[in-house]
Design a protein around this ligand. Structure first.
Ligand code: FAD
Length: 377
């Protein structure tokens, strides 16, 4: 029997990697995580104070069982670590009734019998007057939605992983991974670490680490911003659900005033294509110009001058669905990537999926949409 430095090495302990470490360690695996930064850092995709969690998933109904598992696991993590990570606010999907947002949310709600309410313009004006709709637009309200605190959640998953026996090496860069006869070899800081299995959760650095994906994955710069509310009470989590709104030129999303003063807004996509190492991390006037007119027109209760902003990264697959599973021809390596700007909410369920794949060779979760082979065929 070969001896390894760890049974499983997880490369990247950010949003997905910390979840994979947590779920593998909880199931007794001998697991080592390696990250170039400390958990909860602000250089990748898992920072910016808030992440939405929604259940009536407009992107595809097959995500629903995964988000339902994640709700359960986020609550388990809160109990295990004594942290407050998830606030339930409900969600509003706003837009034309025939558009992908409203139609997709209703399809997911119908397929999985999820509680929801369709609100026409008048009903929405009564219940959520913060959002004046255009004629013909509608809203879908679903109660099973809310806000996650990403930095605290990543730290909590890393803490829960180490408490369950995982080892975590930070301030360490993995330069390369290669297959070996018995498993994998991970090159880091002049050392060669061996494992039976590797899981790559490198987020926006994935195209650099796995050159076969360089032409397929696109890293996109995103700049959400915080806008002060004239009457902050109207935008409190209990009165202002998270929302996504479909506009003629794309989707805008928002999160209630978690700090009691400001509402976070962002455009979903439409950012500059970049790389994790060369991205412009300063906020430009063009970033503000992309959002301020939306605030003026759609959210008149907010001041269109943002008080702060965060530069963050999406890693996009060509079809917008995640990439989770073994790379073709490389059964000892599982890739978790390209969460295409909507992955955070699923982190603990993806951790479970990977634990299933690594320890049992299969999973009951519906992950057919995420097969890496669809990109590399
Ligand atoms: C502005 C913005 C808003 C978003 N909003 C939402 C939302 O509302 N809801 C939602 O569900 N999702 C949302 N997302 C998406 C979600 O945050 C991402 O899908 C998720 O964070 C991706 O996680 P990850 O683990 O792939 O990347 P990361 O969390 O960035 O983790 C990658 C880790 O790998 C490490 N790493 C990389 N390469 C190496 C290496 N060679 N050696 C060592 N370590 C390495 C990095 O240091 C990093 O810690 C949003 C994303 C952004 C940018």
């Amino acid at each position: 029997m070969p001896t390894f430095d760890a049974d499983v090495i997880v490369i990247g302990a950010g949003s997905m990697g910390s979840a994979v470490l947590w779920r593998l360690a909880t199931r007794g695996a001998d697991v080592l995580g390696i990250d170039r930064f400390e958990p909860g850092h602000d250089r990748g995709s898992g920072h910016g104070e808030s992440r939405m969690i929604r259940t009536a998933y407009f992107e595809h109904p097959s995500y629903v069982p995964l988000v339902q598992a994640s709700w359960r696991l986020w609550r388990e993590l809160e109990r295990a670590t004594g942290t407050d990570l998830l606030t339930r606010t409900g969600a509003l999907m706003l837009g034309p009734p025939g558009g992908p947002l409203v139609k997709g949310a209703l399809a997911a709600a119908a397929e999985h019998r999820l509680p929801h309410t369709v609100l026409d313009r008048a009903a929405l004006a009564e219940r959520f007057p913060q959002h004046p709709l255009d004629p013909g637009e509608v809203g879908v309200f679903e109660p099973e939605a809310g806000v996650l605190r990403p930095e605290a959640a990543i730290r909590a998953m890393a803490d829960a992983a180490t408490a369950a026996g995982a080892r975590l090496a930070t301030d360490r860069v993995v330069e390369a991974i290669e297959p070996s006869e018995a498993g994998v070899v991970v090159h880091s800081g002049g050392r060669e670490l061996t494992a039976r299995y590797a899981v790559v959760c490198a987020g926006a650095w994935t195209p650099q680490l796995l050159p076969q994906l360089r032409q397929l994955l696109r890293v996109e710069r995103q700049v959400p911003m915080w806008f002060p509310a004239t009457n902050p009470g109207d935008y409190a989590p209990a009165r202002f659900p998270v929302f996504v709104r479909e506009l003629a030129d794309g989707f805008v999303y928002g999160v209630p005033a978690m700090d009691g003063r400001t509402v976070k807004l962002g455009r979903h996509h439409g950012g500059v294509i970049t790389t994790a190492d060369t991205v412009d991390r300063t906020v430009q006037a063009t970033d503000i110009e992309a959002l301020a007119p939306v605030v003026r027109r759609l959210l008149p209760g907010l001041d269109p001058d943002p008080v702060r902003a965060a530069v963050c990264l999406y890693t996009n697959s060509p079809d917008g669905h995640f990439v989770v599973g073994a790379l073709p021809g490389w059964p000892n390596l599982t890739l978790v990537s390209a969460c295409s700007g909507h992955g955070f909410k699923f982190a603990p369920a993806i951790g479970e999926v990977v634990a299933d794949l690594v320890l049992d060779g299969r999973t009951d979760y519906p992950i057919g949409l995420f097969d890496p082979a669809r990109l590399l065929a």
